[in-house]
Design a protein around this ligand. Structure first.
Ligand code: GLN
Length: 537
């Protein structure tokens, strides 16, 4: 039977529970254990696919095609393991399956109740996910903050599971300790309240990860230990740091891995974080920089810039750049600006490489097309992702093939739909079946020899993750190819274009799939590597 480690948050959201969970996972894996991680999101949505990225952050896609929370991406990156459907739960998902079972008479005529039937469903999903990969440790991150109404049923599941297996459950509270400017002193009271609230749900934290702008000092550690009923050595300092990849190393400085083992009554074991450590050294020491611009639209929220919407792309750029011993300097460029004032697109000249990422709807489309045209003509390394590929094809059709009305059916009723809706999608859209119905997850792609794509992948058959409803219209393939657009990747089952590239350009490549989802810190994605290599030149 696996050991279960629950991770919950205290005081406020956004303090890095996901990275903390992923880092604990990395540490345990480096000690030779089999680890998996589960994300619980308390919202009613069945998955993240229907949510606005500005509100929720990136929608991550797994191999088996679940549109889920970006934290699953953190788990995959830190654990270097694929995570599947069973490891993602939302309130909506849990209720949906309980209700479906009730409708199938699977509760044998019994009255189905919120407690214990909902927590029981949560528990059975956790067990199933652990069993599937024969995990030694299952990490379960509970979204939200202790004390809110939404995640109570999940905490109830923890309490019930602990009753069944008192020795196999650990609760880690990631809490925040503010240092108010006026006081200049770190305050522990909010964390004390968080622990009280957790206590009232029947749970006592075993370990407290103390997130703060600065490291925790001895008096504060003692205070938390005393007031929160946690051993001194189980109060772990987790100060702000520049790179998330440093978190496992910092936790290990506090001996977190072996603390966890000892709490489960297991023997201490050394961690092997050598490779990870040298990655962190590169990140901290390199002076070499590459300037990458991302032309997008999901990063403005009021007066703040939200990076979460493109988190996998950012991380993929970082991984590839680190592998060349350099660091990226990423700038957010607003597609809409190029629409309003065409001249401003010239600013792209000051970048080493430009990415046009995925997206939906027609806001900012023409601006993105202007940016792509500029990159093509000025020979600036360019990488287009999903919508980025569709727009690169439209740009090429309009300005190289002379098809003036070239567009996508997603945003126009054009007579030249270079990008068209996939036939099976037409029905779904008509019936308003939007949730979880795109072309999702991993599909094969055959790579043509003697292309830049082949140079990057060094193999003829690959598989990448998708999330789209529209595709390159095969009726226009001949003219596009004749005018010099290389279709270097094709899905063999359905004959869909997956990669386009230009041979007479230092680097101009775009993919219908999302390579960013498969990039890992120590195994950067080949296409991102090729893009960064060209950008460094
Ligand atoms: N909106 C486009 C489609 O659905 C592209 C999707 C994306 O960029 N992920 O095909």
């Amino acid at each position: 039977m696996p050991k279960y480690i629950f991770v919950g948050g205290g005081v406020m959201s956004g303090i890095g529970k996901g990275v903390a969970t992923a880092s604990i996972g990395r540490i345990l894996k480096s000690k030779g254990f089999r680890v998996t991680a589960i994300k619980i999101d308390p919202y009613i949505n069945v998955d993240a696919g229907t949510m606005n990225p500005v509100e929720h952050g990136e929608v991550f896609v797994t191999e088996d095609g679940v549109e889920c929370d970006q934290d699953i991406g953190n788990y995959e990156r830190f654990l270097d393991e694929n995570i599947f459907t069973d490891n993602y739960m939302t309130t909506g998902r849990v209720y949906q399956s309980v209700i479906n079972r009730e409708r199938n008479l699977e509760y044998n005529g019994k009255c189905v109740e919120v407690v214990p039937d909902i927590p029981n469903e949560v528990i059975s999903r956790i067990k199933k996910a652990g069993k599937k990969v024969k995990a030694d440790f299952v990490l379960i991150e509970i979204g939200g903050t202790v004390g809110e109404y939404q995640n109570l049923l999940f905490l109830e599941a923890v309490r019930m599971l602990k009753l069944q297996y008192p020795k196999d459950i650990l609760f880690v509270l990631v809490s925040y300790l503010p240092v108010p400017k006026l006081l200049g002193e770190m305050k522990t009271k909010p964390t004390q309240y968080a622990v009280r609230t957790l206590n009232s749900a029947g749970i006592q934290p075993d370990i407290i990860l103390a997130r703060a702008s600065v490291p925790l000092d001895e008096p504060r550690k003692r205070k938390i230990s005393n007031f929160c009923n946690v051993l001194l050595e189980d109060v772990i300092s987790a100060p702000d740091i520049k790179s998330i990849y440093e978190v496992p190393i910092n936790f290990e400085k506090e001996n977190l891995g072996n603390r966890i083992l000892r709490k489960f009554g297991l023997k201490s074991k050394p961690s092997d974080l050598k490779e990870w450590g040298s990655l962190v050294k590169t990140i901290k020491n390199t002076k070499k920089k590459v300037k990458i611009g991302i032309v997008g639209k999901y990063f403005e929220t009021g007066k703040f810039t939200l990076m979460d919407s493109y988190i996998s792309i950012i991380e993929a750029v970082k991984h590839a750049t680190y592998s060349f011993g350099a660091k990226p300097e990423i700038t957010w460029l607003s597609a809409e600006k190029y629409e309003k004032d065409a001249k401003t697109v010239k600013e792209l000249k000051s970048f080493n490489g430009i990415i046009v990422p995925g997206g939906f709807g027609n806001r900012g489309i023409e601006g993105k097309i202007k940016a792509i045209e500029f990159c093509r003509k000025q020979k600036i390394p360019f990488l287009g992702l999903c919508l980025g590929m569709q727009l690169a094809t439209i740009e090429f059709a309009r300005h190289v093939c002379g098809i003036k009305n070239a567009s996508s059916r997603e945003f126009s009723k054009t007579c030249d739909p270079i990008i068209d809706v996939m036939p099976e999608q037409k029905v779904l859209l008509k019936e308003k079946k939007y949730g979880g119905t795109m072309r999702l997850g991993a599909y094969d792609c055959e790579i043509k020899s003697k292309t830049k794509s082949f140079e990057a992948y060094r193999k003829n058959m690959i598989s990448e993750r998708h999330r789209h409803r529209y595709e390159l219209n095969n009726d226009y393939r001949e003219i596009l190819e004749k005018k010099g657009l290389t279709m270097s990747g094709i899905n063999p089952q359905k004959d869909l274009v997956e990669i386009i590239e230009l041979s007479n350009h230092p680097f101009f490549m775009a993919t219908q799939f999302h390579p960013e989802f498969k990039s890992r810190p120590l195994r950067p994605h080949p296409l991102f590597k090729a893009f960064i290599k060209a950008s460094l030149k």
